[in-house]
Ligand binder design. Structure first.
Ligand SMILES: Cc1cc2nc3c(=O)[nH]c(=O)nc-3n(C[C@H](O)[C@H](O)[C@H](O)COP(=O)(O)O)c2cc1C
Length: 484
């Protein structure tokens, strides 16, 4: 993973923990309305893919156990991991692209309701993503996958050569020479692996995205509603389809790209379709970026404009992340796919303890506060969720006191200790295990391995009833805690 040049090492923040009475009076543990419903506290577990589903994208027992463990901590809300809206295989990623998923999702909702004693609200993140392939072996790419064109013949000065002769010639060239013959896209496909973009409108399915996505998202949202979720979070962040429409790199010329108005058009149409297809009380919000981080990407002023548009359209909440893009991702090894959290934008999304003078804590706080202020100034206030390097009570409380956000997201912290919320609320904050931001979990995510936390995954490994990862080396969920 990319790291800031300064490489300053940070330790977990020292915290002053409230006693139960102080916690009860704190902002963090005060309720907040979001759409038609209310959260009992302003704590939020953002979406995190734990790789617990199966090849059919179903809710497995492992999925149920995973979210039950989070629900035992009784946070204000949990957002279920990015869940695919299409009815197409996508590896062990949870899916909601067909009615057959409703019974499993219903079970998931019931599990969270029971484990949280009805205290935790439940949302599901709806995602669409585009095709990405592994980085090929260069010789294989040139001999099999590359489509030979007259441009190659022309640049190689081989006007009458057949495809095989052109391929053989290309393979014999140095990498630098190959780069002068291949188009930018072909070169990138060879060096990084093929990746579809929203600007590839020569591909019918990509050209038609504005026609098909509103229906796919709204059908998926309806299924989530039928399964009993309190609402959905539309995934408009990171490296996926909807964020790519919002991106400043989206130069589509069909009215769905170019200007900010063009780029936000499909996300608004998707939202409107979801709203229309779900009941009045159903909560609909989105996850979006405050900044794409790389130079040609959308920046804070774009995000402010998008947030205003979403709020004006009637979204019930805006949850903010930052970065996490393919555009500055590191070159993957041959046989691996690019991973959008390996460049600087990835670092900003999940800052690690090796950091710069700012440090890993709360790098997204000021951008979110800026957007929230601008919403307030235009009378467009909507609950704003901030996340990124937050793991202490004082930090969270101070954000709320300063009106920098309305709800606090604890992603990796909740992985490190799903009971953080109950421990702090009951005055046992000193017993909380604080996330070190080592990104061990993110390393597992990159390899599509079952996500666990290094702070507990070897604890009492051989105790009775402990369920283990496929390799038997790690426990699947955090050990139980009860107030003593
Ligand atoms: C293992 C893992 C999986 C994640 N999966 C998702 C996801 O499905 N959707 C999403 O919007 N963000 C995802 N994220 C990003 C987190 O929601 C969060 O924005 C990020 O970790 C920064 O917050 P934190 O510092 O509180 O961890 C993931 C993060 C981790 C560590």
């Amino acid at each position: 993973m990319w790291k800031p040049a300064e490489r300053i090492k940070y330790k977990a923040l020292d915290d002053e923990w409230p006693d139960a009475g102080e916690a009860a009076k704190s902002r963090l543990f005060s309720p907040i309305d979001i759409g038609t419903i209310s959260l009992k506290q302003r704590t939020w577990i953002p979406a995190m893919v734990p790789w617990r589903s199966n090849e059919d994208g179903e809710v497995t027992q492992d999925v149920l156990d995973w979210y039950q463990r989070f629900a035992e901590g009784k946070p204000g809300a949990i957002v279920i991991e990015a869940t695919g809206i299409r009815n197409t295989p996508s590896g062990p990623l949870l899916r909601v692209g067909d009615d057959r998923y409703i019974p499993g999702l219903k079970k998931l909702v019931e599990t969270v309701r029971i484990a949280s004693e009805g205290k935790t609200r439940l949302f599901i993140q709806l995602i669409d993503f585009m095709t990405i392939r592994r980085r090929p072996d260069p010789d294989k790419f040139l001999s099999r996958f590359l489509t030979i064109s007259d441009s190659h013949r022309h640049l190689l000065n081989m006007p009458d050569a057949n495809d095989v002769e052109v391929r053989d010639h290309l393979i014999a060239l140095s990498a630098a020479q190959q780069q002068t013959v291949l188009t930018v896209k072909e070169w990138e496909d060879m060096c990084f692996g093929y990746r579809e973009r929203v600007t590839d409108t020569h591909i019918d399915e990509v050209a038609e995205l504005p026609k098909v996505l509103p229906l796919l998202f709204s059908d998926a949202a309806k299924r989530a509603e039928l399964a009993g979720f309190d609402g959905v979070e539309l995934h408009y962040a990171h490296a996926y389809t909807m964020a790519s429409f919002l991106s400043a790199t989206n130069s589509r010329t069909d009215g769905y790209g170019g200007s900010r108005e063009g780029r936000v058009r499909l996300p608004l149409e998707v939202y409107q379709a979801v709203r229309k297809n779900t009941g009045k009380g159903f909560v609909v919000g989105c996850r979006m970026l405050t900044d794409e981080i790389f130079e040609q990407g959308s920046r804070l002023d774009d995000a402010t404009f998008f947030a205003e548009q979403f709020s004006a359209a009637g979204m019930d909440f805006l949850s903010f992340s930052r970065g996490g893009k393919f555009d500055d991702a590191k070159q993957p090894k041959v046989g691996w796919a690019a991973y959008p959290y390996t460049g600087q934008s990835g670092y900003e999304c999940m800052p690690s303890y090796i950091s710069d003078s700012f440090g890993p804590f709360g790098r997204n706080i000021n951008p979110v506060a800026h957007i929230r202020d601008s919403l307030a100034a235009k009378d467009l206030m909507v609950p704003c969720i901030t996340a990124g390097g937050i793991h202490s009570f004082m930090q969270a409380e101070s954000i709320l006191e300063k009106d920098q956000a309305d709800i606090i997201g604890f992603a990796r912290q909740s992985l490190a200790d799903p009971d953080w919320f109950e421990k702090v609320r009951l005055g046992h904050g000193a017993q909380a295990t604080l996330c070190r931001f080592s990104n061990y979990c993110e390393g597992l995510d990159q390899k599509h391995k079952q996500v666990t936390c290094e702070l507990w995954d070897r604890v009492d490994l051989d105790a009775d009833g402990v369920s283990k990862t496929h390799d038997g080396k790690r426990r699947m969920i955090a050990p139980a805690w009860s107030p003593s």
